[in-house]
Write a protein that binds this ligand. Structure first.
Ligand code: NDP
Ligand code: 2IT
Length: 451
């Protein structure tokens, strides 16, 4: 990066931090994009004159609201509700809802910002948004989750719609929550539309939406591996998380011939040297999705499995790592451990799971490394396909959806190669994804004038 561009980035980030104090995750996400696109922006000075980057980092709208609800004992609780409507240059706001005790404005702004570029990469007409609550669904009864979702939607329904803003799931929001949210939206707005995605298959959902993020991660990884003449066959794979993305990443990696030896949750990780098989994966799906138990129970159920309390899986030797839990779950020491353990390919299923220091370690060591906004875009892409099916009132077969998903992931990979291949041939997927995502959003903003 030349001196002028470096100064541009530093000035931009200083102003961003001053204007948005106390939002470290948002600063981190913006810095990564600005570092990548700054050379392009400085070569196209009309983007500076039009203040495109300054506009991109200011959400078009942020909605914050009170979510009151009663637990099963009649006690009253108050949570915070949010929807960040970041950018609608390419289409209606689109992005998930996260229910987790850590949720705050910084996390939702980082997620909505990332979503804008991710959605651009999918090539589908979707803007970027994200929302959620600091509600913690762990240990709550179905009735409590339903009352919370109904209260949350009572306010949110005023701000969303099939052509305005289409929420979906994220951490803590899966099929059950989308059902309760959809029911309340329909009751209050008196319309049966595709305002949420991730719906049940009997009432507007798309085949393969539950599988799409994890499958898409593996399809993207296949493309990355192929650039070095490799595949999943016979490789040892570490996966973190044990929720929606982790479950289907594991299923597809196994189907492609890999040995998946770890999963985790917020309490710890399991190491299964024999590898998951169909029976074990079915157990995980039941444990996490129906019984809502802890991954520790896997180690109690199957012989030869170690449970690592309070630890991440990254110290286990592997060839491929698929982080599928949460942001900043691979720090500097974790990255060093991965490289030392023989890992040569890291493909993100989660959003921003790798810290900037850890990314630098991967890239300097020449690993194949892809940021979530490229490799986990299969989830929102299939949400886009669900929207299409809702609009034309048709339902595609699983094969049709899978074909679209495959093509989209492969196109995103091609875009990363186009904009991310460096002079020495190394593919910088961060740069590639950021520039490819940015060019489309910026172009649409220029076309649409100062709004
Ligand atoms: P789920 O709620 O289904 O699963 C989340 C998993 O991550 C759980 O195993 C959870 O453990 C673990 N986890 C959550 N927070 C933490 C934490 N602070 N530390 C350690 N582990 C944690 O969510 P998803 O699988 O849907 O989402 C996982 C990631 O993928 C997120 O980053 C999300 O933004 C991203 N993503 C999701 C998409 C989707 O379609 N669902 C699409 C694209 C990206 P526990 O059970 O203990 O909470
Ligand atoms: O981070 C993400 O891309 C998601 N949580 C999915 C969003 C969506 O609208 O399907």
């Amino acid at each position: 990066m030349d001196k002028f561009t470096r100064k541009f980035v530093d000035n931009f980030m200083n102003e961003l931090i001053a204007r948005n104090p106390g939002e470290p995750e948002f600063h981190q996400a913006v810095r990564e994009v600005v570092e990548s696109v700054a050379p392009y922006v400085t070569e196209n000075p009309y983007l500076i004159d039009l203040r495109i980057l300054e506009r991109m980092v200011e959400p078009e709208r942020v909605i914050m609201f009170r979510v009151p609800w009663t637990d099963d004992l009649g006690e009253i609780h108050i949570n915070k509700g949010y929807r960040v409507q970041m950018n609608s240059a390419l289409g209606p706001y689109k992005g998930g809802l996260r229910f987790h005790s850590s949720v705050n404005l910084s996390i939702l702004k980082f997620l909505a910002f990332e979503q804008t570029f991710k959605n651009s990469l999918t090539t589908l007409p979707m803007g970027g948004g994200k929302g959620g609550s600091d509600f913690n669904p762990h240990g709550k009864s179905d009735a409590e989750v339903m009352r919370f979702c109904q209260s949350f939607m009572t306010e949110l329904c005023k701000h969303i719609g099939p052509d305005t803003d289409i929420p979906a799931g994220d951490i803590g929001v899966g099929g059950r929550e989308i059902g309760y949210l959809f029911g309340q939206y329909k009751r209050l707005r008196d319309e049966f539309t595709g305002t949420l995605t991730g719906k049940g298959l009997a009432w507007g959902g798309s085949l393969l939406r539950p599988e799409a993020t994890g499958y898409g991660v593996c399809y993207f990884a296949q493309e990355m591996l192929a650039t070095r003449g490799k595949s999943f066959e016979g490789q040892t794979v570490l996966i973190s998380g044990s929720g929606n993305v982790a479950q289907y990443a594991a299923k597809k990696a196994m189907a492609l011939g890999a040995k998946v030896v770890s999963l985790s949750d917020s309490n710890g990780s399991i190491y299964d040297p024999a590898g998951l098989d169909e029976e074990k994966l079915a157990y995980v799906l039941e444990l996490k999705n129906i019984k809502r138990g802890r991954i520790k129970e896997y180690a109690e159920r199957f012989p030869g499995v170690t449970y690592m309390e309070g630890r991440r899986p990254w110290s286990i030797p592997c060839e491929i790592a698929l982080p599928c839990a949460t942001q900043n779950e691979i720090e500097k020491e974790d990255a060093e451990a991965l490289v030392k353990g023989g890992c040569y390919c890291v493909v993100e299923g989660a959003n921003m799971p790798t810290t900037p220091e850890a990314i630098a370690i991967f890239q300097n060591a020449g690993l194949l490394y892809s940021p979530g906004k490229a490799s986990n875009a299969g989830g929102v892409a299939t949400s886009g396909l669900e929207m299409t099916q809702n609009s034309i009132r048709q339902k595609w077969t699983a094969e049709e959806v899978d074909e679209h998903l495959h093509r989209i992931m492969s196109d995103i990979h091609a875009a990363c190669l186009k904009y991310g291949t460096e002079e020495n041939g190394y593919v910088n997927y961060v740069k590639g994804a950021n520039i490819a995502g940015f060019i489309k959003v910026a172009g649409a903003m220029v076309d649409q004038g100062l709004v």
